[in-house]
Design a protein around this ligand. Structure first.
Ligand code: AHR
Length: 534
């Protein structure tokens, strides 16, 4: 017998022994398991985690709004048509900011269509998604919904068919206290207090040929600069996001970013990144490696921002708004066959698998690892459309697999992101080189004296030992070790079986003498929560 044939037998023998303590078990296991190690120290900081890192997105698209957050007549809807069951799930997901109203939709949107008396609002053809938009929900209703969800609104303006004028009027309508035509119109619509929307997107994916009124980087850079100036003249407290590339795969990436920032550097605060992944060829190791691609994307955009800063002798940094990210591929074929000009058809309704949840977990870890420059990120999207929350019209709402890693990261990934020194065995991929089996990230929250370790195992068959040096965090003990795992990577939650993939607190993490030890199950998302003992 070779050594590798003996290994599983040896493991079974050891694991069948009575376990006197967690440490003893780890001692034996670490003799035979592959091990990943890390060191966490409060002094080694990536940076403060901006709560907006856990944002999401609602677009006028498919059943995100109509049949999603808003469905008058639904048994769970209140007198404003807001679905309370969906609202409860959004609150549980813990989403501090929601981008609205698009997406591709915004590039053809007249915001004036969505304010004032609902009966008078026009029905319009939405050319982005080839549907009919009823405008029953608009700016005021959305901001009111967002408040109730415990979120702020991140508002996008139309720089496709429109420009600086409509954008500055929308800022005036939303944020000016009163005494001007647009702010008084808002007051006459029943909203006396200004909405105080802080974060604004200057258009959406303006480099994409699919976009209504696509632009070159020069054209967009000029329009974005002039829109930014007048928007900030109306309200100097707002922050602005310029459009970066629609994905790192665009032929004009990253020259687009450099040109756009040459025009807008002094007037904007963030540049956007968008990226979606999918397991189109059924290659799981390669799919799980996509977050390494995301990391490369972030680093290239940071380098481009800093290049323009140096060129302009700039004083401030431009930070990153990763305002669309997710898995998106399951629904592509169904969407291609969709009949046009329907109202709220089921578009982009990806049913997410367990392996998708792992990729989402890895993407969250990547965002946290870059929290010094990525200040805003929006999981695209929130309800029904490539979403963690699904609904049936007139029926129930449920949590998709990807709901869980997002909810965990948003709840516990607060405070300071720690710069961990991680060492993990790795595997080879064709396009991304060597990829670690174990990806780990941690946050320390001084507000409640907690430390949270997030870890994903990309290993398909073998458990891994995770050993963390936490000796600098004296007096901390493990509160719980949450695990999301499933024997079938293709397992989904559905309306009939909504609890097929759910987390449990059965992990074995423990800490002794400043050494954290845990077993990471094959293909697993892990959240190890530690708190200071008093
Ligand atoms: O989130 C779905 C779509 O993806 C958005 O409308 C667009 O910005 C991106 O291409």
């Amino acid at each position: 017998m070779t050594e590798s044939t003996w290994e599983p037998i040896l493991r079974l023998l050891i694991l069948s022994q009575p376990i006197s303590s967690r440490e003893t078990r780890h001692y034996f296991e670490s003799e035979i398991m592959q091990t990943a190690t890390f060191t966490a120290h409060p002094g080694f900081r990536v940076g403060e985690v901006d709560p907006r890192l856990f944002g999401s997105f609602i677009e006028h698209l498919g059943r995100a709004v109509y049949g999603g957050i808003y469905e008058p007549g639904h048994p769970e809807a209140d007198d404003q048509g807001v679905r309370q069951d969906v609202l409860a799930l959004v609150r549980e997901l813990n989403v501090p900011i929601v981008r609205y109203p698009g997406g591709n939709f915004v590039s053809g949107y007249n915001w004036e269509d969505g304010v004032g008396s609902v009966e008078d609002r026009p029905r319009r053809l939405d050319l982005a998604w080839r549907t009919v938009e009823t405008n029953e929900m608009g700016t005021n209703e959305f901001v009111a919904w967002s408040d109730r969800a415990g979120s702020e609104t991140m508002m996008a303006v139309n720089l496709g068919t429109r420009g600086a004028d409509a954008a500055r009027n929308l800022v005036e309508y939303c944020n000016h206290p009163g005494g001007s035509a647009w702010s008084d119109l808002r007051i006459s619509h029943g909203y006396k207090e200004p909405h105080k929307i802080k974060t604004w997107c200057l258009g959406n994916e303006m480099d994409g040929p699919w976009q209504i009124c696509t632009k070159t980087a020069e054209e967009y850079g000029r329009i974005a600069c002039e829109a930014a100036k007048v928007m900030k003249w109306v309200d100097p407290t707002i922050e602005l996001v310029a459009c970066g590339s629609s994905s790192s795969g665009m032929a004009t990436f990253p020259a687009w970013e450099a040109t756009v920032l040459e025009h807008t550097y002094d007037h904007v605060d963030y540049i956007s990144l968008h990226q979606y992944y999918g397991n189109r060829d059924g290659n799981l190791p390669s799919y799980l490696a996509r977050s390494v691609d995301m990391e490369k994307f972030i680093r290239t955009v940071v380098a481009t921002c800093d290049y323009v800063k140096a060129k302009k002798r700039g004083k401030k940094d431009i930070n990153l708004s990763f305002d669309e990210w997710n898995v998106w591929f399951h629904s592509n074929a169904a969407d291609a066959a969709m009949e046009p000009w329907q109202i709220a058809p089921p578009q982009l309704e990806d049913l997410y698998t367990f392996e998708d949840a792992l990729v989402v977990g890895l993407m969250l870890i990547t965002l946290l690892r870059n929290a010094d420059r990525v200040k805003i990120a929006c999981l695209a999207q929130l309800v029904n459309v490539i979403a963690p929350i699904m609904t049936v019209n007139g029926g129930p709402a449920w949590r998709q697999t990807i709901f869980y890693p997002f909810a965990h990261a948003s709840r516990y990934g607060r405070g300071v992101a720690l710069d961990l020194k991680v060492d993990s065995p790795s595997y080879e991929t064709t396009d991304l080189g060597s990829v670690p089996y174990i990806d780990v990230m941690a946050t320390a929250n001084a507000e409640d004296d907690t430390v949270t370790v997030f870890a994903v195992s990309r290993s398909q068959d073998e458990p891994f030992a995770l050993n963390g040096n936490l000796s600098a965090f004296e007096g901390y003990s493990v509160v719980e070790h949450i695990v999301l795992t499933h024997p079938d990577p293709k397992a989904c939650n559905t309306v009939d079986a909504p609890e097929t993939v759910v987390p449990h607190c059965g992990g074995d993490a423990g800490i002794a003498g400043g050494k954290l030890t845990a077993t990471l199950a094959p293909l697993s998302w892990n959240v190890i929560r530690l708190a200071k003992r008093f």
